[in-house]
Design a binder for this molecule. Structure first.
Ligand code: NDP
Length: 310
């Protein structure tokens, strides 16, 4: 019998209990799924970084911590965690949601939808958007989410360039990497999507110098993490017109404080960290598969590189 501790905010238990039980039943393992347990009895911790479990030292028997979120910045530096840490990778749920959100917001800017949705003076300006082929899109971050979004946009016809830490080959995407690749990826992009993790190396990667490389009037879409952007540099670029619009889902402080200039800026769209969320059904299957692996002495999947921070 293994003990699986669900360590997330208590209000999430109602939506996760049944899906987790179904997924664990499917593994054929004998298990006890609990929200409270003597730490030394726990085999696996299904985890959200905002849970009350912050000191892992008493969990002496734990074989892995299985994060329900894709982002791990709030747990990756926890020195009390010495067992493998897996993050959420879920094509059916989290990835699908992000592809839908990014595609929708890219199309909003590409098609100039706002001009017709909000048109109080009833202006009749019959100017069609260019085709996608003439709208270069760049995605910073070519991981699970960045690659999936890039491939969808490429299928729609956008010339997509992506940037990552390591060298990559992905069908339909011009892949660049490293410091030299960044300037090339940004130069002339009309729509920039940020899907990098929050690490010391990605802090303020979008700064004044890099904003200046984009095509004048470019749109920025950030479903990655708030610290990727130097907020003051973005506000200055919005005011000068170098950036035409910013759609921001994530912020350095969340909820975004009411007095933050992003709320009032006419060319900023704020969404409340909803680009994509972990879906209990499909995420539970991902978690259960890692538990099955652990019990079968097979390697865990979706492990975090603790040194790299993601
Ligand atoms: P991955 O770990 O799969 O991908 C991260 C990508 O970023 C990789 O391509 C990686 O490069 C690249 N990268 C990391 N550090 C650097 C660096 N210093 N320089 C260049 N490239 C770098 O993550 P996911 O795609 O699953 O998720 C990305 C982020 O999306 C998450 O960390 C989270 O912050 C955010 N997110 C936001 C959500 C929301 O609702 N707003 C929901 C889910 C996730 P390489 O491939 O070489 O390793």
């Amino acid at each position: 019998m293994i003990t699986v501790l669900f360590a997330a905010l208590p209000d999430r238990w109602a939506e996760y209990e049944e899906p987790l039980r179904r997924a664990l039943d499917d593994t054929g393992l004998a298990y006890d799924l609990v929200t409270e347990a003597a730490p030394e009895t726990v085999d696996y911790i299904v985890y959200a970084p905002n849970s009350k479990v912050q000191d892992f030292r008493p969990y002496t028997k734990a074989k892995a911590v299985l994060n329900l979120w894709a982002g791990v910045e709030n747990v990756v530096k926890n020195d009390t965690l010495t067992v493998p840490l897996a993050r959420m990778v879920d094509e059916e749920g989290l990835t699908q949601g992000m592809v839908e959100w990014v595609t929708g917001h890219v199309l909003r800017h590409h098609l100039g939808m706002d001009a017709h949705i909000v048109n109080p003076d009833h202006d009749w300006v019959p100017k069609a958007a260019p085709l996608a082929f003439d709208r270069p899109v760049t995605i910073l971050g070519l991981g699970v989410l960045g690659a999936a979004c890039g491939q969808m946009l490429a299928r729609l016809g956008f010339p997509v360039t992506g940037w990552s830490r390591s060298e990559k080959r992905i069908d339909g995407i011009r892949c660049l990497h490293g410091d030299d690749g960044l300037a090339e990826a940004l130069t002339g992009a009309q729509i920039l999507v940020l899907l990098l993790p929050n690490t010391p190396a990605t802090e303020s990667v979008v700064n004044a110098d890099r904003l200046a490389l984009l095509a004048p009037g470019a749109a920025i879409i950030n479903p990655g993490r708030g610290p990727l952007i130097d907020d003051d540099a973005l506000l200055a670029a919005l005011d000068s017109g170098q950036i035409g619009h910013a759609t921001l889902d994530v912020f350095r402080v969340e909820p975004l404080p009411q007095d933050h200039p992003f709320w009032a800026h006419p060319n900023v769209t704020v969404t409340p960290h909803i680009a994509s969320e972990t879906r209990p059904d499909s995420a539970s299957r991902v978690v259960a598969e890692n538990i099955r692996r652990g019990e079968a002495n097979e390697p865990f999947v979706h492990l975090v590189d603790r040194a790299a921070g993601y």
